[in-house]
Design a protein around this ligand. Structure first.
Ligand code: ADP
Ligand code: MG
Length: 326
């Protein structure tokens, strides 16, 4: 969002956090803009949750500072920060109704009953649970429960909403529905979302910008297309989508599977494996010079069989050079 005013809603400066010998967050600098859908993407153990907990105030950094809307909040307790968190496991109160769960935070804050009722009704409508306020969590589906957790977290309109793998417990179809819903909810609310996931497809689908985490550090921050088309490191190239990495003329090049052409021009090769995936087909191709390449084709555009001889190539602009490792 290059046109947006560059105000940092959440800012981390030189943040480090260790647990004993384990360095969970190893020097992170981040600027998250107001009303941005910002995703922290990385494999398990890369420091995403710890970073989120440092923003929420559940943890304090060993070094560095945390800022919210320009104010330093590094040592402020969670309740004194204008942020809320949605966790994967919902953490709803089982003995309370949906409406009581959602109203809980407002009650603690001392919001008057009439205002509470109005706010709860409105937010239940927002998350498409109107009419279900009287139910207990156990009477809801997984997707509905997650939306109660969401309603509870946004009812008092925090400046920033933190979401830690909130869709992890849902099956694929529901997860995809919720991704679309969360993205439009964030846009409608105009709220800053900081979202944690290990799922690269989810990150690319939902986010304005993505930070790719690896071993407690950020390898790249960028818009989804930037991170996918121009990965800054070999780690990003491999973690975000599938990449072919080949050595040519002393350079290390990365080519995405959908950018490789199978035809009459190029390097001689053999089809080594064919996986039919419905809309497209995935080929494993072995070049005569000994490279193994993953190639993806629309099912209707090509049909090769195992053992077929082909020529592989790509346009120069579809291969990008990777920096030296280290
Ligand atoms: P992610 O959310 O990316 O999976 P985490 O931030 O949870 O990663 O963890 C980063 C590293 O810190 C991991 O090695 C993890 O085992 C360790 N870690 C996280 N929390 C604690 C804790 N409370 N005590 C000890 N080690 C922890
Ligand atoms: Mg985590």
């Amino acid at each position: 969002m290059a046109t947006q005013v560059d105000v940092a809603d959440v800012e981390l400066v030189g943040v480090r956090k260790s647990y004993g010998d384990v360095v969970a967050v190893d020097g992170v600098d981040l600027r998250i803009r107001a009303a941005e859908f910002f995703t922290m993407l990385g494999p398990s153990g890369s420091g995403k949750t710890t970073t989120l907990r440092l923003v929420a105030g559940f943890e304090q950094p060993d070094e560095g500072t945390v800022h919210l809307a320009g104010a330093e909040i590094t040592h402020r307790p969670p309740y004194a920060r204008d942020v809320n968190t949605v966790f994967q496991d919902y953490a709803l109160f089982p003995h309370m109704t949906v409406a009581e769960n959602v109203a809980y935070g407002l009650r603690v804050k001392g919001t008057a009953r009439a205002e509470r009722t109005r706010a709860v009704e409105e937010v239940l409508k927002t998350v498409r649970l109107d009419g279900l306020g009287g139910r207990k969590p156990i009477q809801l589906s997984g997707g509905q429960r997650q939306r109660v957790a969401l309603a509870r977290a946004i009812v008092n309109r925090p400046r920033v909403l933190l979401l830690d793998e909130p869709l992890g417990a849902l099956d694929l179809k529901l997860r995809q529905e919720m991704q679309t819903f969360l993205k439009s909810l964030q846009r409608d609310l105009g709220m800053t979302f900081v979202y944690v996931t290990h799922d690269q497809e989810e990150a690319l689908t939902m986010s304005d910008r993505v930070a790719v985490f690896n071993e407690g550090r950020i390898e790249q921050v960028g818009e989804p297309a930037e991170v996918y088309d121009r990965p800054a490191t070999e780690f990003v190239a491999a973690f975000v989508g599938t990449s072919n990495i080949v050595e040519r003329d002393g350079k290390r090049l990365c080519v995405r599977p959908e950018r490789i052409e199978l035809g009459n021009d190029g390097d001689p090769a053999t089809i080594d494996d064919v996986v039919y995936v419905g809309a497209f087909t995935r080929y494993l191709v072995l070049t005569d010079r000994g490279e193994r390449l993953a190639v993806v084709r629309q099912a209707r555009d090509a049909s090769f069989a195992r053992g077929d001889r082909v020529a592989v190539g790509w346009r120069a602009e579809d291969a990008f050079e990777l920096p030296e490792e280290g």
